[in-house]
Design a protein around this ligand. Structure first.
Ligand code: IPM
Ligand code: MG
Length: 366
């Protein structure tokens, strides 16, 4: 198979982690006899520096021509970077939101899985981490507060800021269908998360999700309020299979879910539209404080590349080969700094930087 990938390395640790993911993809393609071609484009702060905008139309077109997009991370230190002196619509994050919208990537899949090898890095009580967990957050990605009208105006002599949370039935239906479809491939449970005790958009969300559920009699559906869900995620994450939620709640809950896996450096993501096309990126940010120091954990990006093989190319065996290599590397005791708990002793030869972690995973691809 021929794989045409557009790469957005981005800012901060982005270039380092994407380099490692590409090494892993190259190795898998070599072993399984696929041909892979990359086209590099800029987005985020590096695009602002080069072209004055975080995302150019040419970059969008290049992404559209590819089979899939592999992304690192974008953005810088919001306190010190000159990018954050620009108006909000010209900052790095605006590029990310624009590409999600332009490519209609409405379904964001963020699996959070506790590797048995990382139980010690899990911050939860031992009796909870012992049970392990394997959940997937299905986050709506092109609606809600992120894309509703916003303004800041002076009213009666003071500033008033407004952000609107808008959802159409059709937007809720298509993401709910994705969630139920994915649940059918997993443990057949959907937890739909909302704030239906307060928000109209959540009450519509619940109504539409209930309608979609009728087409999936095998899938168990429960509704949960978002504040309760935040609590349940640290109390007992093993109760969840697919967590279906709107854009902002999904943003917040996915950071929480990633941390209970041991490190935010472990969580991959896939952003999909109605076709096989997808954009794959780690759920974490650009970590400008450690950029260029060979300290980043490349695993979330490597696992995102595995999701790409699975969802955009249907190469399940190849995706599994990457996941197995990651597991084996962790099993062999290798850790990047983020995977070592403060005070935990680990021998010098097991400590890894970004590059070495990538090499060790490449060596273990079968
Ligand atoms: C994420 C990020 C983005 C989001 C930011 C960088 C705009 O936090 O992908 O979770 O809020 O969606
Ligand atoms: Mg986020």
């Amino acid at each position: 198979m021929k794989l045409n990938i557009t790469c957005i390395a981005g800012d901060g640790i982005g270039p380092e982690i994407v380099t490692e993911a590409r090494k892993v993809l190259d190795k898998v393609c070599e072993i399984y006899g696929h041909e892979i071609a990359y086209t590099d484009v800029l987005m985020g702060g590096c695009s602002i520096d080069a072209y004055g905008v975080p995302l150019t139309d040419e970059t969008i077109e290049t992404c559209k021509k590819a089979d899939a997009v592999l992304m690192g991370s974008i953005g810088g230190d919001t306190n010190t970077s000159p990018w954050y002196k620009l108006e909000p619509s010209k900052r790095p994050e605006a590029g990310l939101l624009k590409i999600r919208k332009s490519l209609n990537l409405f379904a964001n899949l963020r699996p959070a899985f506790l590797y048995p090898q990382l139980k010690d890095a899990c911050p939860l009580k031992e009796e909870t981490s012992e049970k392990g967990f394997d959940l997937l957050i299905m986050r709506e990605l092109t609606g809600g507060l992120y894309f509703g009208a916003r303004s800041t105006e002076t009213v009666d002599g003071e500033l008033v800021a407004t952000d609107s949370l808008v959802y159409k039935e059709s937007e809720i239906r298509r993401i709910a269908i994705k969630a139920f479809d994915v649940a059918m491939q997993r443990s057949k449970k959907v937890t739909s998360v909302d704030k239906a005790n307060v928000l109209d958009s959540s009450r519509l969300w619940r109504k539409v999700v209930n309608e979609v559920a009728k087409d999936y009699p095998e899938v168990e559906l429960e509704h949960m309020l978002v504040d309760n869900c935040a609590m349940q995620l640290v109390k007992d994450p093993s109760q969840f299979d697919v967590v279906l939620t709107e854009n902002m709640f999904g943003d917040i809950l996915s950071d929480e879910a990633s941390m209970v896996t041991g490190s935010i450096g472990m969580l991959p993501s896939a952003s999909l539209n109605e076709t096989k096309f997808g954009l794959y990126e780690p759920s974490h940010g650009s970590a400008p404080d450690i950029a260029g120091k060979d300290l980043a954990n490349p695993i979330a990006t490597i696992l995102s590349a595995a999701m790409m093989l699975k969802y955009s190319f249907g190469l399940d065996k190849e995706a599994q080969a990457i996941e197995n290599a990651v597991k084996k590397t962790l099993e062999d005791g290798f850790r990047t700094g983020d995977l070592v708990r403060p005070g935990e002793e680990i021998s010098e030869d097991k400590k890894c930087g970004c590059r070495r972690m990538g090499d060790l995973i490449v060596e273990r691809i079968k």
